[in-house]
Design a binder for this molecule. Structure first.
Ligand code: SF4
Length: 173
C-alpha cells in the first residue's frame, strides 16, 4: 500500500511545523522549501490541512502557519484516513469496473488489510513522530532532530495561502 504524494507532503509539513518554536510561523513558501516540495503542491496541501483543522494561518504581523493542538496530538490514523479518503486500494469501481467486484473475496480482504494499516497508526500522533512528549511506540528517536536541522527559514512575516477554517479535528488552537 502506498500513500498519495499529497498525504506524504501533508505529514512532512505537519512534522516540520511541530518542531518549530511557538513564535516561528513560516509562510507556505518557506515550508515548501524546508520540506523540499514544489510551492504549488505545498499550497494545495496547506489549504487541505487548514480545512481539516490540522494547520492554522495566523494573520497580521509575524503571521504564518502553525500546527494546531488538534494537529499536534490528534490520532495519526485519523489524519491519514482524512487525507487519503475512503475507497478501495485497487480500482474495483474504476471507469472500467472490475467484472469480479460483486463476488470478490479479495476486495474484502484488502479492505480489512487497509483498515489494519490505519489502525496501526491510530495510537500515534504527530508529536510522537518528532519525539515530542508522547514518546511514540516505534522505538526510534523520532525525526525531530533531523527536522530541526533543516534549512532555517527567514522570519519574513508573510501571509500564508489558503482559507482558514475549522475542520473535523475541532477548533484551531
Ligand atoms: S479482483 Fe476483486 S479486488 Fe481486484 S479489482 Fe476486481 S473486485 Fe477489486
Amino acid at each position: 500500500m502506498r500513500l498519495t504524494k499529497s498525504t506524504d507532503i501533508a505529514l512532512r509539513i505537519a512534522m516540520h511545523l511541530a518542531v518549530l518554536d511557538e513564535d516561528r510561523t513560516p509562510t507556505t513558501r518557506e515550508v515548501a522549501e524546508a520540506v523540499a516540495v514544489p510551492y504549488n503542491h505545498a499550497a494545495k496541501v496547506v489549504s487541505r490541512l487548514q480545512h481539516l483543522g490540522i494547520v492554522e494561518a495566523r494573520r497580521g504581523r509575524g503571521g504564518g502557519l502553525a500546527l494546531t493542538a488538534a494537529g499536534r496530538t490528534g490520532s495519526l490514523g485519523r489524519i491519514v484516513r482524512e487525507l487519503e479518503g475512503v475507497g478501495d486500494v485497487v480500482g474495483c469501481e474504476d471507469d472500467q469496473p472490475c467484472p469480479l467486484r460483486h463476488s470478490c473475496r479479495l476486495r474484502g480482504a484488502l479492505r480489512r488489510a487497509q483498515e489494519a494499516f490505519y489502525a496501526s497508526l491510530d495510537p500515534l500522533t504527530v508529536d510522537d513522530l518528532v519525539g515530542g512528549e508522547g514518546g511514540g511506540s516505534g522505538g526510534s528517536s523520532g525525526s525531530g532532530p533531523v527536522l530541526l536541522g533543516l534549512p532555517v527559514v527567514p522570519d519574513s512575516g508573510g501571509v500564508p495561502s489558503g482559507p482558514p477554517g475549522p475542520g473535523p479535528f475541532g477548533p484551531s488552537a
